[in-house]
Design a protein around this ligand. Structure first.
Ligand SMILES: Cc1cc2nc3c(=O)[nH]c(=O)nc-3n(C[C@H](O)[C@H](O)[C@H](O)COP(=O)(O)OP(=O)(O)OC[C@H]3O[C@@H](n4cnc5c(N)ncnc54)[C@H](O)[C@@H]3O)c2cc1C
Ligand code: FES
Length: 258
């Protein structure tokens, strides 16, 4: 897919939590085709310590408003600068990067989208696109506590929503892989994004039940276009750049010891 370097403009910067912002950006031209699971490399202006662009998932694309959304966890200098963007500010992005999630060949009601922490970000757009194509996804989202679960009303628009928190403050107490829904229903496909240990646990569960499963990896990236080799993952096809060949991989392709 063709990639674009675009100057986008902040329409809203919503502080969802002390550590998370939702940045909504618009373009003066019509935004290009963007698939769920793809990401952008965002230039960080004004930070003396952030030289490289930061990879951030496409959270949602609002075609009516010609907006692309990014859900950003403020972890270091780069993301903190992005979090300070004001309405009208210009932010330069390269998008769409990587390969997205595989959409089902025909509409399905047996799709489970499992997200953890800020890894829920790409699943909102995936959920919306699945619904658009006639599927009925189920979401299972997990976090340390209820405060860390974001965009729940947005997710609930697109399917059944189940929740786990480690401290039990919202939904069932425990990890996503311990949620009771997994014992009650058999899904045909799982899509997941989140911390690596969570994705490995989800992949292990999927493998044990014979469920097809795709994971979206967040290996550390620099160029985002397959040039610097800093994001490689060991796969059955050798070392592959996550930015170019992923970030979405079928678990059968990965050499995870699960
Ligand atoms: C494909 C992909 C999609 C992502 N989507 C999102 C998203 O939707 N929302 C979100 O909040 N975060 C997302 N991330 C993680 C985000 O890129 C990092 O949190 C961000 O780059 C940290 O930058 P920083 O300057 O704030 O922090 P730094 O001070 O540079 O580092 C803080 C932490 O972030 C990690 N990190 C630093 N640079 C990178 C990098 N270039 N790539 C990956 N990790 C890095 C470091 O290991 C460290 O643990 C994604 C990462 C990838 C690879
Ligand atoms: S980030 Fe440079 S090759 Fe993937």
């Amino acid at each position: 897919m063709k990639k674009y370097i675009l100057d986008l403009f902040v329409t809203e910067n919503i502080r969802l939590h002390d550590r998370y912002v939702l940045l909504k950006l618009t373009s003066k031209t019509i935004l290009p085709e963007i698939l769920p699971g793809q990401f952008a490399e965002i230039r960080v202006d004004g930070s003396p310590t952030t030289f490289l662009r930061r990879p951030i998932s496409i959270n949602y694309v609002d075609r009516q408003k010609n907006e692309v959304w990014f859900l950003i966890q403020l972890v270091g200098d780069g993301t903190k600068h992005l979090g300070e963007a004001k309405k009208g500010n210009c932010i330069n992005v390269v998008l769409p990067l990587g390969n997205g999630f595989t959409m089902p060949q025909k509409p399905s009601e047996d799709l489970l989208l499992i997200g953890g922490g800020v890894g829920i970000a790409p699943l909102l757009y995936l959920g919306e696109q699945l619904v658009e194509k006639g599927s009925k996804p189920t979401f299972l989202l997990g976090a340390r506590s209820g405060n860390d679960l974001l965009q729940l009303t947005d997710f609930a628009q697109y399917g059944e929503l189940y929740i786990t928190t480690e401290d039990g403050s919202l939904g069932e107490k425990g990890y996503v892989t311990q949620h009771s829904i997994l014992n009650k229903r058999k899904y045909k496909k799982i899509y997941t994004c989140g911390p690596k240990p969570m994705m490995m646990a989800v992949a292990k569960y999927a493998k044990s039940k014979g469920i097809d499963c795709e994971v979206s990896l967040e290996n550390t990236m620099a160029c985002g276009i397959g040039a610097c080799l800093c994001c490689v993952e060991n796969t059955i096809e050798g070392h592959l750049c996550v930015c170019k060949e992923g970030p979405v991989f079928n678990i059968n392709k990965l050499l995870w010891q699960i």
